[in-house]
Design a protein around this ligand. Structure first.
Ligand SMILES: C[C@H](O)[C@H](O)[C@H]1CNC2=NC(N)=NC(=O)C2=N1
Length: 97
């Protein structure tokens, strides 16, 4: 089980994500991003594809959808904070969006 990301490793892994629309969540060891799509079907299609990957990775987002918008928060519940699983899922979601 990979441990929580801390120190230089955390900075190294998070900085590219923070440069691409991800933000650290106040009061939680988590990252979040809001995706805006052209229409509802595109937003839901993204969620569908991302869900299949999340299941394959056995790592699942906390997310919500309102019309064209998908809000995503990632953290590893078993570790109580951010791990490489969150980084990997974030990268995959950005690739799918
Ligand atoms: C039993 C199952 O493997 C665990 O509950 C997995 C499922 N998906 C998960 N997703 C996330 N975000 N964090 C976890 O700790 C986690 N654990």
């Amino acid at each position: 089980m990979t441990g929580r990301l801390t120190g230089d490793a955390r900075k190294l892994e998070l900085s590219p994500l923070l440069a691409h629309g991800w933000s650290e969540v106040e009061g939680r060891d988590a990252i979040a991003k809001t995706y805006e799509f052209g229409d509802f079907v595109s937003a839901f299609g993204f969620m569908t594809r991302a869900a299949l990957w999340a299941e394959k990775m056995n790592h699942h987002p906390e997310w919500s959808n309102v019309y064209k918008t998908v809000e995503v928060t990632l953290s590893t519940h078993d570790a109580g904070g951010l791990t490489m699983k969150d980084v990997d899922l974030a990268r995959k979601m950005d690739a799918l969006a």
